[in-house]
Write a protein that binds this ligand. Structure first.
Ligand code: XIL
Length: 788
């Protein structure tokens, strides 16, 4: 089992906020990307432009503290003849960067593209090929030793399906060439940080897994690798969650993560007459904003930086490479800053990181404030005190509450069940949320920002109404409780004759809680009330909101199936509202909690998580250790790798932190499923926290041809495997180690049905993980086995 520990698949949650860029924070005119970013912010540069275009040069020097050569350090440029190196262009860049105190990241030593003719035409045995590879790496790296901080040692070695790309290097040198490239680079400059660079982490789970496995094997075998480059050539359709997942999974290796070639294309369809509209500009800005926020959430020591692939839309490779109009970068073709630029500045400075995925529901207790703290009067600007459609005077929080990039020590309470942080009154005294499609006077679509709304509806006071604020606790862990006591809704017919609820602001961790007390139903017939419950940041869609069906209990575990869950952004449509009615009251103490997320440690250690296609069902199993306050595991399935739904829940075996627990579940609903099926686990804690496992993929082809392999796992010496197939034929079986080396090959005849194959030569294999792959024509099936 010990082997598995280093494969620990603990995944922490990143912030997945769907954030829209808003009215931009004012910032000083001398603000630049490099002055604002807490990590290096870079661009790749074109040396011809650097020499000839003064505007380009000015921006390159002013905005970035890291530079990458877009082309001039690639093999075809820098090593044009077997014994000829051409340093001029690269040296120009290096000198420029050094004059401007900029870090230089080398790109790239070994790639399947940009090969000089002498390489593509090279004839020699594998030793000769090894020699040209090694000589190239060592001459280039040592030429720049001490001047370059880091190198993309190997670029794009994987196919999208996770297999190794059939490059000239693989053909002549075998799969271990990658590890040797790192070794050679390290020998030439032991202080350079060495990166594996690739693209597609966002859309290919297979490639992401392959890179993950490669890195784990490198780390196990002492191969000198220090970082991962995620090129991130994405487009307007790339989903935010897939971006966050890519960053998260790569960060879990513990290596440095470089977003190394970022650009966001707006015309992936290749529409020749497309123009750059404000809608596209906004979409792009939102995505840039999201990326920097997601990146800010990996540990600071792993933030190697974000590098965009060139400077302006006039210089981008996208338009040339794909022969289409496009606008993927931060400066427009006249070198003016685009909305995307400001969105990055905003993302770098903002602290808004609340997210629906991080919101929780918990049971708790409700403690009335009694006489603690101070009663709040509702006569904001010295107007008359009323309990209907009114704002309070400015109240003190009692400490600085950090919200949405600003620090607030004050708030204004509105009698319609919401709070506005800061000293300014809301834009209207009568902001409430009547229905989802007529919500123009609701808090969510109001121009007001920084709102907290535990129960935003048309509320009013009763004879005993009181609003109160009380701050308790010690500095660093103070809690400000804002209480609505004895209020009622103003609906006709009124539903709740008495309602009590609180907002709690926690100084520690920026946590916001809504706590509901005793509510009393009116005697009226039960009627649907559409209210709003959630928190709003600095823009209309920058909010996290609770959705609930009116008849659904407030205490149900959060899930779409239960009809109670959180969403990012406005309710926006029927079926996504926060509904209540007097026949369903909140349970006293019900707490909805909003947290900002950072990488935290999963309380449960997931030692192994795998799925095997048993034809009649997918057998999913996992092992855990250190289970403390673990509640259950949701098995989630996706057919596109992105949208997961829970298909079952398995109760946790409990809080036995010493023991290892094993679990399994068989997904039998697969008869109609073909292609890739993705599974992940959502582990829920008793306190409402939850974490996701990594994603595993099962490949199902047509029933008739499908090859399916199962075997005893783990195995020790000899082992047997069952191969099931609809058709008889000859297949090749491979035993592959984690570095991708083929250790054994066996060609076997199989029957239609199940064939049992015995593997006898496995005694000498070291303990560890192996892949067994069966290949026939275009079909392949792979299983992962542990040798103990
Ligand atoms: C591109 C350059 O931007 C182009 O100018 C050149 O013609 C081809 O290469 N992934 C990489 C980069 O790692 O090196 C590529 O750069 C873009 C894709």
């Amino acid at each position: 089992m010990r082997n598995f520990i280093s494969y620990s698949f603990i995944k922490a949650i990143l912030i997945l906020s769907i954030i829209t860029v808003m009215a931009l924070n004012a910032f000083a005119s001398d603000t630049t990307l490099k002055s604002i970013a807490p990590f290096p912010f870079g661009a790749s540069v074109n040396v011809t432009l650097l020499r000839n275009n003064p505007t380009y040069r000015t921006i390159a020097a002013r905005e970035y503290n890291s530079l990458t050569a877009e082309n001039v350090m690639k093999m075809a440029s820098i090593h044009p003849g077997i014994n000829t190196y051409s340093w001029d262009n690269a040296d120009t860049l290096v000198n420029f960067a050094r004059q401007n105190n900029q870090r230089i990241h080398g790109h790239t030593l070994v790639w399947h593209q940009s090969l000089p003719g002498w390489v593509t035409n090279f004839a020699g045995d594998s030793a000769a090929w090894e020699n040209i590879l090694k000589t190239h790496i060592q001459n280039v790296v040592s030429h720049y030793a001490g001047r370059l901080a880091s190198w993309d040692v190997v670029n794009e070695a994987f196919n999208d399906n996770g297999t190794l790309r059939n490059s000239i290097w693989l053909q002549h040198l075998g799969p271990d060439y990658i590890a040797r490239c790192f070794k050679y680079a390290h020998e030439a400059d032991p202080s350079a940080l060495l990166f594996y660079n690739d693209y597609g982490h966002e859309y290919s789970a297979s490639k992401l897994n392959a890179i993950d496995s490669l890195i784990k094997s490198f780390l196990q075998n002492g191969v000198p690798v220090h970082g991962l480059g995620l090129q991130m050539h994405i487009n307007k359709n790339t989903s935010n969650s897939s971006i966050a997942n890519a960053i998260k999974v790569m960060a879990q290796t513990g290596l440095k993560v470089h977003i190394s070639e970022l650009d966001i294309a707006l015309n992936p369809e290749g529409n020749q007459s497309l123009t750059f509209t404000s809608a596209l500009s906004q979409l792009q800005a939102d995505k840039y904003n999201f990326i920097v926020r997601a990146y800010k959430n990996i540990p600071a020591a792993q933030q190697y930086g974000i590098t965009t692939w060139n400077v302006s839309d006039a210089d981008t490779w996208i338009t040339i490479n794909y022969s289409r109009p496009d606008w993927p970068l931060l400066f427009d073709s006249t070198y003016q800053k685009k909305q995307a630029y400001y969105a990055i500045i905003e993302g770098l400075t903002s602290n808004w990181n609340y997210d629906a995925a991080a919101a929780q529901s918990a049971s708790g207790s409700y403690t009335d404030l009694g006489n603690n703290g101070a009663a709040i009067t509702t006569n904001f600007a010295g107007d008359t005190m009323t309990f209907d459609d009114d704002n309070s005077t400015v109240q003190n929080i009692g400490f600085n509450f950090n919200y949405n990039g600003s620090s607030y020590h004050q708030f204004v309470l509105n009698t319609n069940g919401f709070i506005k942080l800061g000293a300014n009154a809301p834009s209207s005294v009568s902001l409430f949320y009547p229905t989802y499609n007529a919500n123009t006077n609701g808090v969510i679509t109001a121009p007001d920002v920084d709102l907290l709304y535990p129960y935003n509806h048309d509320l009013m006071g009763t004879v005993t109404t009181e609003y109160r604020v009380y701050t308790s606790g010690l500095p660093g862990a103070r809690i400000c409780t804002i209480q609505y006591k004895n209020v009622a809704d103003k609906l006709s017919p009124e539903q709740y004759s008495n309602m009590n609820f609180q907002v709690k602001l926690h100084e520690a961790g920026n946590i916001i809680e809504f706590v509901y007390g005793l509510w009393t139903a009116s005697a009226n017939t039960s009627t649907l009330i559409t209210a709003a419950a959630g928190i709003k940041g600095s823009y209309v869609n920058n909010s996290v909101n609770l959705v609930k069906g009116s008849g659904n209990s407030w205490s149900l575990p959060l899930s779409t199936a239960n009809g109670i869950y959180f969403i990012n952004g406005d309710y926006a449509s029927a079926g996504r509202q926060f509904n209540t009615r007097n026949s369903v009251l909140p349970d006293v103490g019900r707490t909805y909690r909003f947290t900002t997320l950072a990488i935290t440690t999963l309380p449960v250690t997931l030692l192994d998580f795998k799925a095997v296609d048993k034809r009649t069902g997918i057998f999913i199993s996992w092992l855990t250790a250190n289970e403390v306050s673990s509640k259950d595991f949701e098995i989630q399935q996706s057919l596109n790798g992105g949208d997961f739904t829970s298909i079952s829940t398995v109760m946790a075996k409990g809080n036995n932190s010493q023991a290892t627990n094993s679990y399994s579940f068989t997904d039998e609903n697969i008869a109609s499923l073909k292609g890739s099926i993705y599974y992940r686990l959502k582990q829920n804690d008793v306190d409402g926290r939850s974490k996701f496992s990594h994603i595993i993929t099962i490949q199902r082809n047509n029933e008739k041809q499908m090859l399916s392999i199962t075997a005893q796992n783990p195995f020790t010496n000899d082992f047997k495997m069952q191969i099931t197939s609809g058709t008889a034929g000859r297949i090749s079986l491979f035993v592959i180690n984690v570095t991708g080396n083929v250790l054994l090959r066996k060609d076997v005849q199989i029957v239609a049905g199940t064939t049992i194959i015995a593997f006898k030569e496995t005694g000498h294999l070291p303990r560890g993980i192996y892949l067994i792959k069966g290949i026939r024509d275009n079909e392949a099936s792979t299983i992962k086995l542990l040798k103990e």
